[in-house]
Design a protein around this ligand. Structure first.
Ligand code: AP5
Length: 212
């Protein structure tokens, strides 16, 4: 199954995609995670992306499209994948459609959450260097500031400051939200899921709607 997860920053795309990918036994491919790893490793890609990401703007299409195409060409993606954070604009969506050609995508999951809740979630988010995600109120680690999975110290992302979050929301409305109409015009099934509620309830709702 080839799925896209769409929705504003902080909607819970990453949180939900991890579990859905495990249930479907397909990789979760998150361009934000890949870019943060490149920044941390100070690769040429990471050095180019760092300041753009910290400001909450989009990294250039050339860089991101190449990175994503290389990733979906790997053998573990041959039976499907969940894309989280890609495409971010119509140019990226068109590049993806060209690459996938006739096999195409199966569906998109659109997670909706209002802006006040997004700002609350993102300002309380804590992340580990291996991209495991927590929240200081709603999804606390067992030991404060320590990742349950790998014991790494949690940190706050540079782009999780409130002014940067507001810019990310503007970028989402301007460049990414139009993808909903783009994919509707291509007759791709779009499953809209309310992203407010317990993480388990939302997970069940996503799995039910994509298997219906
Ligand atoms: P990216 O990492 O993709 O950021 P995003 O889309 O803004 O999404 P987030 O990671 O902020 O949120 P999420 O929806 O995954 O929420 P999460 O599950 O963490 O991109 C970052 C940057 O990289 C971009 O700004 C851009 O610069 C660059 N980039 C990436 N892809 C690109 C592309 N294709 N082209 C160009 N540039 C690109 O949840 C958020 C918080 O809420 C967590 O603390 C979580 O614990 C909590 N939470 C989750 N669910 C619930 C719930 N149900 N109830 C309460 N709390 C919850």
């Amino acid at each position: 199954m080839r799925l896209l997860f769409l929705g504003p920053p902080g909607a819970g795309k990453g949180t939900q995609a991890v579990g859905v990918a495990q249930s479907l036994n397909i990789p979760h491919i998150a361009t934000g995670n890949m870019l943060r790893e490149a920044v941390a490793a100070a690769t040429p890609l990471g050095l180019q992306a760092k300041a753009v990401m910290a400001a909450g703007d989009l990294v250039s299409d050339d860089l991101v499209i190449g990175m994503l195409m290389d990733r979906i060409a790997l053998p573990d993606a041959s039976n499907g994948f969940i894309l989280d954070g890609f495409p971010r604009n119509v140019a990226q969506a068109e590049a993806l459609a060209t690459t996938l050609d006739r096999e195409g995508l199966d569906a998109a999951v659109l997670i909706t959450v209002d802006d006040d809740e997004i700002v609350r979630r993102i300002s309380g988010r804590r992340t580990c260097p291996n991209q495991h995600v927590y929240h200081q109120d709603d999804n606390q680690p067992l030991v404060p500031d320590v990742c349950n999975i790998d014991g790494e110290t949690l940190y706050q992302r540079d782009d999780d400051q409130e002014d940067v979050v507001r810019n990310r929301l503007d970028v989402y409305r301007d460049q990414t939200e139009p993808l909903v109409a783009f994919y509707r015009s291509m007759d791709l099934p779009i499953h809209e899921v309310n992203g407010v509620g317990s993480m388990d309830e939302i997970q069940r709702a996503i799995l039910e709607t994509i298997s219906a």
